[in-house]
Design a protein around this ligand. Structure first.
Ligand code: FE2
Length: 126
């Protein structure tokens, strides 16, 4: 079982440590409620204030979106398609929810491992 890092573990560290955690932490951006059986968009962004490097030796390989233990979607990232400057990588997923959601995102940096988001609850309504 790989270790999953999260921003929370580092939030009380030095500014440098918090910046390190920020640029690795996926954040889920979506509405807090959704209509049952209607398309619902969920964005995952890596980093809030600090951009992550994007070089051949240091980059993100994939983003996954989970609903509890179910893999909802996965985006494989080809770093060479995103230039060589640091950036915020974003991916958008569209879900057709049947019941309320407990979403988390995972993102894998090839140098610094697997990072998890906070869990987001989405109330599904009729
Ligand atoms: Fe990294």
């Amino acid at each position: 079982m790989p270790r999953i890092f999260s921003f929370k573990e580092f939030m009380h560290g030095s500014e440098e440590v918090r910046k390190y955690a920020d640029k690795h932490s996926p954040v889920i951006i979506c509405a807090s409620d959704a209509q049952r059986n209607e398309p619902f968009k969920v964005k995952v962004r890596i980093g809030t204030d600090v951009k992550h490097p994007n070089t051949p030796v240091h980059h993100f390989d994939y983003i996954q979106l989970w609903n509890l233990e179910t893999l909802v979607g996965e985006v494989k990232l080809n770093h060479s398609e995103f230039g060589t400057d640091p950036l915020f990588i974003e991916s958008e997923f569209t879900i057709i929810p049947k019941v309320s959601l407990r979403l988390t995102a995972l993102a894998y940096c090839n140098k610094h491992g697997l990072w998890g988001s906070e869990e987001i609850f989405v109330q599904v309504k009729d």
